[in-house]
Design a protein around this ligand. Sequence first.
Ligand SMILES: Cc1ncc(COP(=O)(O)O)c(C=O)c1O
Length: 397
Amino acid sequence: MKLAARVAKIKPSETLAITAKANALKAEGRDVIGFGAGEPDFDTPANIKTAAIRAIEAGFTKYTPVSGTDELKDAIIGKLKRDNALDYKRSQVAVSCGAKHTLYNLAQALFETGDEVIIPAPYWVSYPDIVVLAGGQPVIVDTLEKDGFKMKPEQLKAAITPRTRAVVINSPSNPTGAAYSPEELKALAAVLLDSEILVISDDIYEKIIYANYPFANIATVEPKLKDRTIVVNGVSKAYAMTGWRIGYAAGPEQIIAAISKIQSQNTSNPASISQKASVEALNGDQGVVAAMVLEFRKRRDVIVQLLNEINGIKCMLPEGAFYVFPNVAEIYGRSFRGKKITNSTELIDYLLDEANVATVPGAAFGSDSHIRLSYATSLKNIEEGLKRIKNAVANLD
Ligand SMILES: Cc1ncc(COP(=O)(O)O)c(C=O)c1O
């Protein structure tokens, strides 16, 4: 069967594939501990679920305006003002079916052949492929572990060419957990001020931050960049609402109108019920978020400590999100039953086969010296899973 050439240009999402594989093994009866999932293990808070149930009961089950209801746009505008000191009008906000869909629409709206998009690595798996699907060219900037996996202004400067259209900033980061301080963003902004480059600020992990500075968005830190920054956010991670599929973009009117136009020819509006639930998420009690973050922080401390106790693994302390990204390069070259482990994919296969632990290879995020573990799982699973990894690593020759 002949398929469009674009299909061959991209990879399936590796994180989703690994979660599916771990779930399939569990369904076969294998006692697999999953560190693959990119979603909170908590339930969606009760007030949010109730809002959705009320929406169904009230018959709020029909099409809504393509780019979201005014009620939800107003809740988003309120959130951006309250949390980020950013002012937007309804015409500057578009709601889509998850932040991934927002990013996809955005790429379709902005990029075409020859356009370069700067993506710092390690990066979230989907950025390069979303750019490629739009015909653009990802330009990967390798950040260094010694710099806390943060792009330096001079690295950004060196990556800019006359074809650069945009740069992606994801803080706190999936997969590294790195979170830029306001000063670090200001330094990146200084480089961008000399250009016309757009900034895509993926703030999806905004609420999950443990750094000793607050979350910052580049447009808040440098207001001169606001007219060319597109803020991408959503309810998936902060409110344990991954399945509800609500994400949004806020930015220049023309870009938002383009997103809405594209969306009108693919999904139409995001689910009406999820929109009602998201209004409650954004406007309702925020105490649930703080409770989740407190629990994530405890788990982060435990998992980092346990990882650093393993011979051959070194793990930085993440400043946000719910992932650790340990360096496992020292393990490469060791063997199991005569078979050498030489890269992150072989290591995660070994850990799944021999230790019943599902992790994600760093190669999927642009760094083969690392693996990613999500600590959106219980402390019990973290302790047991890390014991298994420690034993499996110790069994290598
Ligand atoms: C960095 C980043 N951005 C965006 C998304 C997409 O989130 P969603 O589509 O669930 O809103 C994810 C999900 O894993 C992510 O890690």
